[in-house]
Design a protein around this ligand. Structure first.
Ligand code: CMC
Length: 438
């Protein structure tokens, strides 16, 4: 049975045009969990109106079987599994398999998948000269957008999107190469030699090794840092139709190759209202600088005439509590305790800010809780990852979600290019006036 039939509800929504009296019946589609959706595909044809929903506050842009989140309940499920269970019992690559293939892997499947990812982690050597073209203090996210976009020029043997095998190889390559690309971006920015991947290390252990080891010294991988990074990566894998994922889907709907689509996702992720928030949190803490100045900044955040917002607080969908924040908060306190520089004033400042904002009426009333980015930035800092790499870390993990969403979309029958409508408010038709008469 087609999904359209399977998810058709047994009632309709009636819309009446109060001007003309015309009634139309709109079919309602069921979800397996959460709100259903009124199907408005025939709406324009039957009424002559578009629907208007800037910011997609009420619009489902697609159907998806990957991630479910309930903002009121503070619930997040990957393929039906609660994020709390995956965070406690699973690993990043196991969850990546779940997202790509729909089920948790058997041990043999996980071993085979791990082998594939590990053996795709090297970069084409020619890419090194590409890095050399970037200015030494280029932001690593700028490098990521460029390098990931360029992958289609290096791996065009996996860009036939109509071929499921090509799609799968491209997905594996993206997941496997992302840490290598990220670490190389970092090494470029600090003028150190790039480090090759080590096939004996875990996904996050390998990233830490490529970021922090140098050829002249033996690198000691810290198991707490490795586990913390793996946990952050699991929490960031996917988050439904957020801005970057929607960007990947929209780019992919035109038939663009997956490397180009993921590059567009990285660009969208960079903004401070999305993935750039974790870096913005650290910048904000630095700007506050001292615990004594917290009240001043909290007052600014509440002032309608001041554009300042407390970065790392609030969420578009979680209006109760971000379940990822609850998990990561615990890890954050553990990491700060064991790895944090106890003299670093920023950690004390962050914990005081968290305390004050959680008690403040303004934040309680608007349900503005610390989100996942508030804590991930602090963990990264304790591990020694610089602030300009924070969003890059997010991009590594989210690549799994992007490719899983992209594969889900491209695998559909009758997949069409995404093409939103608009409410035009510009000038009506007018005639060109020659420059000398203007
Ligand atoms: N500091 C102070 N006030 C805030 C904040 C904040 N961080 N966030 C929202 N508000 C206020 C806002 O001024 C508004 O007040 P009022 O009702 O009096 O006009 C009310 O809370 C609702 O805000 P909104 O802008 O309508 O909420 P939104 O759902 O459009 O925005 C958000 C969500 C995440 C963009 C916003 O909360 C924000 O800018 N937060 C800081 C940036 C941040 O941490 N972003 C990371 C999000 S989590 C990562 C991810 O999943 O991508």
């Amino acid at each position: 049975m087609l999904w359209e039939e399977a998810l058709m509800d047994d009632h309709t929504l009636t819309v009446i045009d109060n001007k003309t009296g015309k009634r139309i019946e709109l079919p309602v589609r069921k979800s397996t969990q959460g709100p259903g959706a009124v199907d408005i595909t025939r709406f324009f044809g039957e009424t002559g109106y578009f629907t208007y929903d800037p910011g997609f506050l009420s619009t489902a842009s697609c159907h998806s079987a990957l991630t479910f989140l309930d903002g009121e309940q503070g619930q997040l499920l990957y393929r039906g599994y609660p994020i709390e269970q995956l965070a406690e019992r699973s690993s990043f690559l196991e969850v990546a398999y779940l997202m790509l293939y729909g089920e948790l892997p058997t041990q043999a499947e996980l071993d085979a998948f791990t082998y594939i990812i590990v053996h795709h982690s090297m970069l084409n050597e020619a890419l090194k000269s590409f890095y050399r073209g970037f200015y030494h203090d280029a932001h690593p996210m700028a490098i990521m957008v460029g390098v990931v976009g360029s992958l289609s020029a290096f791996y065009h043997d996996s860009t036939d999107i109509s071929n499921p095998h090509h799609r799968e190889i491209a997905a594996h390559r993206l997941i496997a190469k992302m840490p290598t690309i990220a670490a190389a971006s970092y090494k470029h920015s600090i003028g150190e030699p790039q480090v090759y991947p080590d096939n004996n290390l875990s996904y996050s252990g390998n990233l830490l090794n490529m970021m922090f080891s140098i050829p002249c010294e033996k690198f000691q991988l810290d198991p707490i840092a490795e586990r913390a990074l793996d946990l952050i990566f699991i929490l960031h894998i996917d988050h439904e139709q957020n801005a970057s994922t929607s960007t990947v889907r929209l780019a992919g709907s035109s038939g663009a190759n997956p490397f180009a689509c993921v590059a567009s996702g990285i660009a969208a992720l960079w903004g401070p209202a999305h993935g750039g928030a974790n870096e913005a949190v650290l910048n904000m803490l630095q700007e506050i600088g001292d615990v004594k100045r917290i009240p001043e900044f909290v007052a600014r955040a509440k002032d309608k005439n001041d554009p300042f917002r407390l970065m790392g607080f609030g969420h578009r969908v979680y209006k109760n509590y971000d379940p990822r924040a609850r998990i990561i908060r615990q890890m954050c306190h553990e990491v700060l305790e064991k790895l944090g520089d106890h003299d670093d004033p920023l950690f004390e400042l962050a914990l005081r800010l968290e305390e004050i904002a959680l008690k403040d009426e303004y934040f309680i009333e608007r349900k503005l809780y610390p989100n996942v980015d508030f804590y991930s930035g602090l963990i990264y800092r304790a591990i020694g990852i610089p602030a300009n790499m924070f969003t890059v870390m997010f991009a590594i993990a989210r690549t799994v979600g992007w490719v899983a969403q992209w594969m889900e979309m491209i695998g559909e029958e009758n997949q069409r290019i995404g093409r939103p409508r608009q409410l035009y408010i510009g000038p009506t038709r007018r005639d060109y006036v020659d420059v000398k008469h203007r």
